[in-house]
Design a protein around this ligand. Structure first.
Ligand code: SAM
Length: 368
C-alpha cells in the first residue's frame, strides 16, 4: 500500500472511531490521526499502531464523571448520560424516589440526608449536578428562601464542591430564585460559589424554547467552572424552534379511570373545557386555559392538567406527564399510586433542555 493510501485508510479509521466516542472535537480526531500515522511510520505495523493508539485514545476520551445530587428520579442523570457523561454517585433522601431511580439505573442511589453525607463517601468526579429543593423559592410556596430549612442544603452543595473541587457544576431551580429577596438569594449563591474559586453564570431557559418540548416550564440553570478557560468556552444553548405539539405527548388509548365524566368536578368544568388543542388547569378553584397551546408547568402538587378528547374530559396520564418532561419511552415506573409518579415527575426536569446544557458543559471541559 502506498503512503498516501495508508494515510487515507488511517484517516477513515479515525472518522469511524469518532462515531464510537461521543462529543469528540475535530482537534482530538486530528491528534488521533497524527498519532496513528506516527506510530505506523515508526514500527511499520498498522495493527500494532492501531492497538497502541486505541489504548492511548481511550485514556484521553474516558468519559467525564458526574454526581447526581438531589437525584429524585434521575431526570438530570438521563440528560447528562445522553451528553456523554458517566454517573459515579447518586443521592436523595426520599425512599419512594429511590425505588423509581433504582428501577432505571444500574448503580444504586445512596439514600441519605445530604447534611449527613460525608465527602469521603463520594468518589472523585468532574461535574456536580443538583436540582436542589425549589419550594423555598417557588411562587407556589411560602418563599422563605434561605430562612427555610430546606434551602440550607445549598450549603451542603458548597461543602461538597469545596472538598472535592470538581471542574464544573450545574444547579437547577425555579425561575423565581433570581428575584427572591430582591435578588439577594441569587447574590448569596454567587458569593458562596465564587468564594470557593468558581466562575459562575446563570440563565433562565423555557422548555418550549430550548428543548422542543411543548411545556411552558421556565427554570434557572446556574453553571460554574473552576478554570477560566472552560468558563470562557461555555455558552448556554441557543433557542430552537418548537416543532412538537401537545399531540406528540398525548396517548391515543387511555384507561377509563383518567376520565372525569360524571365525577364531582365534572359539572363545574364541563362547559368551560371546549377546545381539543388546549390544556387546562384547575387551580385554587379556577379553571386556567393555556393560550400558548402547550402544557402548563407541571408541578408536584395535585393539580393535574386536563384535556378534552372525543371520549370526554380527562387528566393527563403519568406516561403523558413523562412525555411532557421529555423522559425516554423506556423509562420504567414502579407499581405505586399515580400521584406518587405525578409528584416525582413534577419535581423533575425537562430532559432535552438539561441535555443541551450538559453538551455545552462537556464541550467546554473537553476542549480546555
Ligand atoms: C426538585 S427535586 C429534584 C429532582 C431531580 N432533579 C429529578 O430529575 O428527578 C429535589 C429532590 O431533593 C431531595 N432532597 C431534598 N432535601 C434533601 C436532603 N436534605 N438530602 C437529600 N435529598 C434531599 C428531594 O427528595 C427531591 O427528590
Amino acid at each position: 500500500m502506498k503512503l498516501y493510501q495508508k494515510n487515507a485508510t488511517l484517516f477513515l479509521i479515525a472518522i469511524i472511531i469518532k462515531r464510537f466516542y461521543q462529543n469528540l472535537q475535530k482537534l482530538q480526531v486530528l491528534i488521533f490521526w497524527l498519532e496513528l500515522a506516527v506510530f505506523n511510520i515508526l514500527n511499520n505495523s498498522l495493527k500494532c499502531s492501531l492497538v497502541l493508539c486505541l489504548i492511548n485514545f481511550t485514556i484521553i476520551c474516558m468519559k467525564l464523571k458526574f454526581i447526581d445530587l438531589f437525584a429524585g428520579i434521575g431526570g438530570i442523570r438521563i440528560a447528562f448520560e445522553n451528553a456523554g457523561f458517566k454517573c459515579v454517585f447518586a443521592n436523595d433522601f426520599d425512599k419512594k424516589c429511590k425505588i423509581t431511580y433504582d428501577l432505571n439505573f444500574p448503580n444504586e442511589m445512596v439514600l441519605e440526608d445530604i447534611s449527613k453525607l460525608s465527602t469521603n463517601q463520594i468518589p472523585d468526579f468532574d461535574v456536580l449536578t443538583a436540582g436542589f429543593p425549589c419550594q423555598p423559592f417557588s411562587l407556589a410556596g411560602k418563599r422563605l428562601g434561605f430562612q427555610d430549612e430546606r434551602a440550607k442544603v445549598f450549603f451542603d452543595i458548597v461543602r461538597i464542591l469545596k472538598d472535592k473541587k470538581p471542574r464544573a457544576f450545574m444547579l437547577e431551580n425555579v425561575k423565581n430564585l433570581q428575584y427572591h429577596d430582591k435578588g439577594n438569594s441569587l447574590k448569596l449563591i454567587y458569593q458562596e460559589l465564587e468564594n470557593i474559586g468558581y466562575k459562575v453564570t446563570h440563565k433562565v431557559l423555557n422548555a418550549m424554547e430550548y428543548g422542543n418540548i411543548p411545556q411552558n416550564r421556565e427554570r434557572i440553570y446556574i453553571v460554574g467552572f473552576l478554570d477560566e478557560d472552560s468558563f470562557k468556552k461555555f455558552e448556554f444553548p441557543n433557542k430552537i424552534p418548537l416543532t412538537k405539539t401537545i399531540y406528540d405527548c398525548l396517548e391515543p388509548d387511555v384507561d377509563e379511570k383518567y376520565f372525569y365524566n360524571n365525577k364531582p368536578l365534572f359539572e363545574k368544568i364541563k362547559d368551560f373545557i371546549t377546545k381539543k388543542d388546549t390544556i387546562y388547569l384547575w387551580r385554587h378553584g379556577c379553571l386556567i386555559e393555556n393560550k400558548k397551546k402547550v402544557c402548563p408547568t407541571l408541578t408536584a402538587f395535585h393539580n393535574i392538567p386536563l384535556i378534552l378528547t372525543d371520549k370526554g374530559i380527562r387528566t393527563l396520564t403519568p406516561r403523558e406527564y413523562a412525555n411532557f418532561q421529555g423522559f425516554p419511552q423506556d423509562y420504567k415506573f414502579p407499581d405505586v399510586s399515580d400521584y406518587v409518579i405525578y409528584k416525582q415527575l413534577g419535581n423533575s426536569v425537562v430532559v432535552p433542555v438539561v441535555e443541551r446544557i450538559a453538551k455545552q458543559i462537556y464541550k467546554a471541559l473537553s476542549s480546555s
